[in-house]
Design a protein around this ligand. Structure first.
Ligand SMILES: *Cc1c(COP(=O)(O)O)cnc(C)c1O
Length: 523
């Protein structure tokens, strides 16, 4: 399997190059040359597989055996998921939300990894892939050659940073520098990051905002001399391996539901996904396109609703221009109770746009040549326009294609609070949801659906991780005691030794100096 950029289809890369490069040099995102079909007997052959076993099956459809041998792939996957880093034997267990028979509403808990959030599922694998590729390259070198190293640099407002740090801690030939705005991440998230004291992990607390941190990281990547010297790597959600790793739990939950039904019965599934950068739900789209039976995928956004507005209007625009006459680009990210979904644009949406552009070109010009290039050009034009004027309007035919596979709804903070209360106090079965999960739960309740549809809401974080929102929503509710949801690990975290480097202002040169200090020249 080869990969190409959404903005230029002529160059094809291996899986290894795709993973190590992250973002394509033309600014596009890498996608597979084709979407593989499932093996003919997959429903029988995969029916009883565990998470790691399914992961091997799905990954091997996207990774050529001459790039990673089947034996090595199995080792990589087992080293990722068969470890004590996971607190649940099923990795991503499904929990019934009602005691009804049959149960029509389940939660897919994705937060049993080391940092208690769903990003662990992909970042634990990505860390192992990085070090696998680097070690292979270094083992092929003669003694005395300079070892190849990767310097991962990223900015975080909390979630991605800690999951990336846990994914890369202690890995040979990889170091990681994570910038966070000093004093502006939650105490638990700050502790999760800064208590990792492995030598290759460097937390940088920048006096400034999250946007300052992000600008510094962008400037580092754009500095070709610095980048070439340190081999910068990215772990943000545009890395293809992250999407790929996440397709697995869609399959796992399909089989888990199927096992609860009478033999031969096919479930009507509806996945509801709390969405920010469109990574988690895009993994579901790939699973659907591969042939996993499911209804429309449901996008659940918070008040940062660019995706919901797109599905309602065909306009992809940072600011809702229907609210502002003669709109100029004003406004920015809205701060909500679900901060990991507070985005202005959704980086992975570009991948879906490519498939929409491709299918639209196919429909308007059946049998046409150069359809791939054609779609890349369309995406490039769209993304240029988003950058220059802050909006695009897609043709109706493209919006129709988008509506065939997805539907989208928006949830505000008041609804988040109300939903957390509603599920906690449910007479049928009490569930303590984190505020991101609550966005999905609220949408699930509001959707019309065919009778018998089984809803699966993806739960992206442990409730204790966003304690303020949860305790705020449940204040005064009889019987609620936050201590009952607080994991023991969080209590000890706050007392552990920390390592953090402070940078006195949002200045790229200061951050460069830190990287140079730890990486040195030729170190
Ligand atoms: C990152 C994150 C999301 C959003 O996931 P996307 O893949 O960006 O859509 C939702 N919830 C939590 C807790 C997250 O950390």
């Amino acid at each position: 399997m080869k990969y190409f950029s959404t903005r230029g289809g002529s160059v094809e890369l291996s899986f290894e190059e795709t993973v190590l490069t992250g973002l394509a040099p033309d600014g596009g995102l890498f996608i597979p040359a084709s979407i593989p079909e499932l093996p003919l007997n997959w429903q029988q052959a995969w029916a009883h597989k565990s998470f790691p076993e399914l992961s091997i099956e799905v990954l091997s459809l996207f990774i050529s055996p001459d790039e990673i041998s089947p034996a090595d792939l199995a080792d990589l996957v087992h080293a990722t998921y068969n470890t004590s880093a996971w607190r649940h034997p099923e990795i991503t267990p499904l929990q019934p939300l009602t005691t009804d028979e049959p149960c029509l509403k389940y939660i897919l808990e994705l937060f049993h990894g080391p940092t208690y959030a769903f990003k662990d599922v992909a970042l634990q694998l990505l860390g192992n892939l990085f070090s696998y590729f680097l070690q292979r390259r270094n083992n092929a070198k003669s003694p005395g050659d300079v070892r190849e190293k990767l310097t991962v640099v990223g900015a975080t407002s909390g979630d991605t940073g800690s999951a990336a740090i846990y994914g890369l801690r202690g890995k040979p030939d990889v170091s990681i520098f994570i910038l966070h705005p000093k004093g502006r991440v939650s105490p638990i998230q700050e502790a999760q990051m800064t208590t990792v004291t492995d030598e290759n992990v460097h937390n940088i607390a920048v006096k400034g905002t999250f946007d300052d941190c992000q600008d510094i990281v962008k400037a580092l990547f754009a500095d070709t001399t610095f980048n070439a010297k340190h081999h910068l790597g990215a772990v943000n959600s545009i890395n293809w391996a992250r999407i790929l790793a996440q397709t697995v739990y869609y399959f796992l939950s399909y089989f888990a539901i199927r096992r609860t039904l009478p033999p031969g019965t096919e479930p009507e599934l509806q996945f509801i996904v709390p969405t920010g950068n469109f990574g988690d739900i895009l993994a579901g789209y790939y699973a659907k396109r591969m042939g996993l039976p499911m209804g429309k995928l449901v996008i659940a956004t918070n008040a940062n609703d660019i995706l919901t507005r797109f599905w309602k209007s065909g306009r992809y625009e940072k600011v809702d221009s229907s609210l502002i006459p003669d709109s100029q680009s004003v406004g920015g990210v809205v701060e909500t109770l679900s901060p990991a979904m507070d985005i202005l644009v959704s980086s992975n949406f570009e991948r879906l746009l490519w498939y929409l552009a491709f299918e639209n070109a196919q429909n308007t010009n059946p049998g046409g040549r150069d359809l791939r290039e054609n779609a890349c050009q369309t995406v490039k034009d769209w993304m240029d326009k988003v950058k220059s004027v802050g909006r695009i309007v897609v043709p109706d035919s493209v919006l129709e294609l988008a509506k065939r596979d997805f539907t989208a709804e928006r949830v505000d903070d008041a609804q988040i609070r109300q939903t957390i209360r509603e599920y906690y106090t449910s007479p049928s079965k009490s569930y303590t949801a984190d505020p991101h999960t609550a966005v999905g739960l609220h949408v699930a309740g509001a959707l019309t659906r065919p009778p018998g549809t089984i809803q699966i809401i993806l739960s992206t974080a442990h409730p204790a991780k966003f304690s303020e929102a949860v305790t705020g929503a449940l204040a005064g509710v009889p019987g609620f005691d936050f201590d009952t949801v607080l994991p023991e690990a969080f209590k000890t975290l706050l007392t552990m030794e920390r390592r953090v480097i402070e940078v006195e202002g949002p200045d790229v040169e200061l951050v460069k100096a830190v990287v140079e200090r730890f990486e040195g020249v030729g170190a």
